[in-house]
Design a protein around this ligand. Structure first.
Ligand code: FAS
Ligand code: PHB
Length: 390
């Protein structure tokens, strides 16, 4: 087997890269370890920055997104006993964001791949990038009981945090930066009408978030201990706890119902540098993870793909490699901006187990500043809406 770009991972990063490369006449093969059903069963992100919406539209993936996605001018922040304030992205930076579930994006990407007869090989196991710094980069894998070799010009490691690609970069070259948070997020989906706005809550009982997927599909989260398991959180307990973390005027408008999905995700900040090693390029969660507080994970995967696809188009179309040579540096500038913002917003909105009285007052002081300063709100609005691409 031979292709121009071997893509490891059929999540949003891998499938979007394959779609954009195809439109530039660049051939790729996507190797995904799981079944499509499994990939589609993972409930994850829900917020798209304007930049991500533009990239998806340019890739011909805008029709359903524009029909079913819901634009928002901003997000609300509430905290114990204080008035709610609204971070107005549209007012401060003239950009909105869209709530449109990652599951929908994945469905749209699979449908586009089928329309073009893409080479998406699911249930490919033992995938291994080989000779990434040598003359014959290739990927070996097993599928349907047989062993295969896929020769290529480049390898895109889009295989997520638990993927194999990052491990191919020698420890003498790879630098990782990591922070693990002492709590997780318990998320549920319920077929109920959502709150009108994304609403983040800082409460002495812990963080909560009200989000949505469509007018009859709500997405809610509460901060939970890392020791908690799904079994500890029957629906009744979840709804009671969620309402307890919002002011009464919001709590009484929350429509409860049976959960159709429930999961607990740990929170971590993680960056692997560099995002390139020889002919191997990392994109998406394979290179970085952010706590979902800033809704940046999926958006960073899309911006990595924007930069990497632009660089590969320059290589094949203009025989220039300057963008490939600058890919890691360019992508990491945006990654670190989003990593820092997500870390800052997580510290602002969560209750940390080891928080002392001083830290508590300092957190409230920062929230007061944000609530009272248009300059502070403009800064948060600009980062939440997403910085422009380079
Ligand atoms: P993905 O992990 O989505 O995809 C990688 C793919 O590679 C997977 O399909 C995997 O099966 C495959 N793979 C792995 N190893 C392989 C191997 N060795 N061989 C072949 N294939 C392999 N982001 C937000 O913005 N907001 C959120 O609310 C949010 N919530 C999240 C909740 C959870 C539980 C998780 C885990 C993530 C969440 N994220 C959120 C982040 C998430 O949306 C990611 O940023 C996004 O999925 C990144 O896409 P990919 O980089 O494609 O990685
Ligand atoms: C979501 O809708 O899943 C969502 C929204 C905002 C976040 C995280 C998750 O910060």
């Amino acid at each position: 087997m031979r292709t121009q770009v071997a893509i490891i991972g059929g999540g949003p990063a891998g499938m979007l890269l394959s779609e954009i490369l195809h439109q530039a006449g660049i051939d790729s093969v996507v190797l995904e370890q799981r079944s499509r059903e499994y990939v589609l069963g993972r409930i994850r992100a829900g917020v798209l920055e304007q930049g991500s919406v533009d990239v998806l539209r340019a890739a011909g993936l805008g029709a359903r997104m524009d029909r079913e996605g819901h634009p928002h001018d901003g997000a609300a922040i509430v905290w114990a006993g204080r008035s709610t304030f609204f971070i107005d992205c549209w007012k401060y930076v003239g950009r909105r964001f869209l709530t449109y579930g990652q599951t929908n994006i994945q469905e749209d990407l699979f449908a586009a791949a089928d329309r073009r007869g893409a080479q998406l090989l699911c249930e490919a196991t033992d995938v291994m990038p080989m000779d990434v710094t040598g003359a014959r980069p290739h990927v070996t894998f097993k599928r349907n009981g047989a062993s295969h070799r896929l020769d290529c010009d480049f390898i895109a490691g889009c295989d997520g945090y638990h993927g194999v690609s990052r491990s191919v970069i020698p420890a003498s070259v790879l630098r990782v930066f990591e922070k693990v948070y002492p709590f997780g997020w318990l998320g549920i989906l319920s077929e109920t009408p959502p709150q009108p706005h994304l609403t983040y809550a800082n409460h002495p009982r812990g963080f909560a978030l009200a989000s949505m997927r469509n007018p009859m599909l709500s997405r809610y989260y509460v901060q939970v201990s890392l020791a908690d398991r799904i079994e500890d959180w029957p629906d009744e307990r979840f709804w009671t706890e969620l309402k307890a973390r919002y002011p009464d005027d919001i709590a009484r408008t929350i429509v409860t119902g049976p959960s159709v999905e429930k999961s607990i995700a740990p929170l971590r900040s993680f960056v692997a540098e560099p995002m390139r090693h020889g002919r191997l390029f990392l994109a998406g969660d394979a290179a970085h993870i952010v706590p979902p507080t800033g809704a940046k994970g999926l958006n960073l995967a899309i911006s990595d793909v924007f930069y990497l696809s632009r660089a590969l188009r320059a290589h094949y179309g203009e025989r220039r490699d300057d963008l490939l040579d600058r890919y890691s540096e360019t992508a990491l500038r945006r990654v670190w901006g989003a990593v820092r913002f997500s870390w800052w917003l997580t510290n602002l909105l969560h209750r940390f187990p080891d928080m002392g009285d001083f830290e508590q007052r300092a957190q409230e002081g920062e929230l007061d500043y944000l609530a009272s300063s248009v300059h502070a709100q403009a800064s948060v609005a600009e980062q939440y809406a997403g910085m422009p691409f380079e």
